[in-house]
Design a protein around this ligand. Structure first.
Ligand SMILES: [Zn+2]
Length: 454
């Protein structure tokens, strides 16, 4: 982050604070906490009080005119602006809804003059390395702000690797925790890299260069991981993106009742298109032109659920999903946007496969998340669930100590250590175990018994 930009942001903040001080006494809940950004120097500037004057960007366009073209595998939709020129011209912001299988990860890139900004919301599943690979493919080296919406393993899966391998300026977590190894590794990565850490709360506003971030949720946390996902409204010029992680319908209704202007253009559909999210009133408040969910093709949860697909499509909203479209990129200059998909495809509701009726972390009935103690175990169970049975190999992430000892060079002590070090992302990952180096790994691989699930 360049000094110049940071100072500009800081002086804006000081002027703002001065102005605020003239009109009202600071109160507890208006604590500006400028230390947060002053310490980090990441250019993330916290605004102190809501500013609903519309700011310098003017009101959002009211009558968006959607046009759509097909260009091979790309589908392009443009938003027309009703008129009224923008006061400043923004460079292109790209929002990549990365195809990470049954998980979530969104990369946001934009620039302002000489400054480049990168934000990552969630980091896919723990079994894969696709987030890291995608960031590399996009030549990302620095991430100004990484956000883990909640501590479930399909959202924080590769966040430890991201923190270890990229220059991450600051990370936001909801504050809820998980007993999983994945979460523990994330905390270790934050600790080892001295990454600045923050827990954003409802009503807070931030600016990163020309991007405004409004925190929609949570207000407080009580241990409900999904429900209390960090939810955000990102405003870039006139174009508004909404992200709600796996927040459920109750959370959506709370956001609604809290008086936020939720009107947006592109909605990231909550909880992978599960019917536990996307309340009709919430959808109506957002009235996006585009809705995007992230889910794996043929996933056993039946995501996206038919209720959500029907609701979205019958509302005239164009629906995209990473399961059928692959990675989806929305590019915007703050006035219009285009949607580019890796694959062409047609969204259809998922089906729960007859045999694999795995319980979902937030079950279809709305009641079970009332006890804070209940939420984490179900998700943890999902994380440690053995991969689909493969009779020919011993799954490093699910086999018993006895089974593991059928693998060459693994005796009782190493089996115990292996179980403690779970999960393993690959057979090569076995080198984390004491005494297993390249040559023993080679033996293990040529024996061909060891495999990883996922
Ligand atoms: Zn999820």
């Amino acid at each position: 982050m360049g000094k110049k930009r940071f100072l500009a942001v800081l002086s804006f903040l000081l002027i703002f604070l001065f102005a605020a001080g003239c009109t009202q006494r600071p109160s507890d809940h208006l604590d500006p906490a400028p230390v947060h950004e002053a310490e980090t120097g990441t250019g993330i500037s916290k605004k102190t009080a809501p500013d609903d004057s519309g700011g310098e960007n003017g009101p959002a366009s009211e009558n968006a005119t959607g046009t759509e073209q097909n260009k091979g595998n790309q589908e392009i939709q443009e938003k027309g602006k009703a008129g009224g020129g923008p006061s400043n011209i923004l460079s292109t912001m790209k929002v990549h809804y990365i195809d990470v299988g049954q998980g979530d990860s969104t990369l946001i890139q934009f620039s302002d003059g000489d400054e480049d900004y990168t934000i990552l919301i969630d980091a896919g599943t723990w079994q894969r390395t696709d987030v890291v690979e995608y960031l590399q493919s996009q030549k990302v080296t620095t991430i100004d702000l990484a956000i883990a919406t909640h501590p479930d393993a399909d959202h924080i899966g590769q966040m430890d690797k991201v923190i270890n391998q990229f220059n991450v300026g600051e990370i936001w977590l909801s504050g809820n925790t998980s007993a999983s190894r994945t979460f523990q590794r994330l905390l270790e990565a934050i600790d080892n890299n001295n990454t600045d850490y923050y827990e954003p709360r409802m009503g807070e506003e931030f600016e990163i260069g020309p991007l405004q971030i409004d925190v929609l949720y949570p207000k407080t946390i009580t241990g409900k991981n999904n429900t209390e996902s960090i939810s955000l409204k990102l405003t870039y010029g006139d174009v508004v993106f909404i992200f709600t992680g796996d927040a459920d319908r109750d959370a959506e209704l709370t956001m609604l009742k809290s008086g936020f202007n939720l009107n947006g253009d592109i909605l990231h559909i909550g909880h992978h298109g599960s019917n536990t999210s996307t309340h009709p009133s919430f959808l109506q408040a957002v009235t996006p032109s585009i809705a995007i969910y992230s889910a794996a093709e043929g996933n056993s949860y039946g995501h996206p659920h038919a209720e959500v697909v029907n609701l979205v499509q019958s509302s005239g909203i164009k629906l995209y999903g990473t399961d059928v479209h692959g990675t989806i990129i929305v590019s915007t200059d703050g006035k219009t946007y285009t949607v580019t998909t890796k694959k062409s495809g047609k969204v259809t509701a998922g089906t729960r496969s007859g045999t694999a009726k795995k319980p979902e972390s937030a079950a279809p009935s709305p009641s079970p998340s009332t006890s804070p103690a209940q939420a984490p175990p179900s998700k943890k169970e999902q994380e440690s669930k053995p991969a689909p049975a493969n009779n020919n190999c011993i799954n490093l992430n699910s086999a018993s100590a006895g089974e593991l000892q059928r693998i060459i060079h693994i005796g009782p002590a190493r089996a115990k250590q292996l179980i403690e070090l779970r999960p393993f992302s690959s057979v090569d990952d076995l080198q984390r175990i004491n005494g297993i180096g390249p040559s023993r790994l080679k033996d293990i691989k040529s024996q061909g018994l060891a495999c990883v699930g996922g």
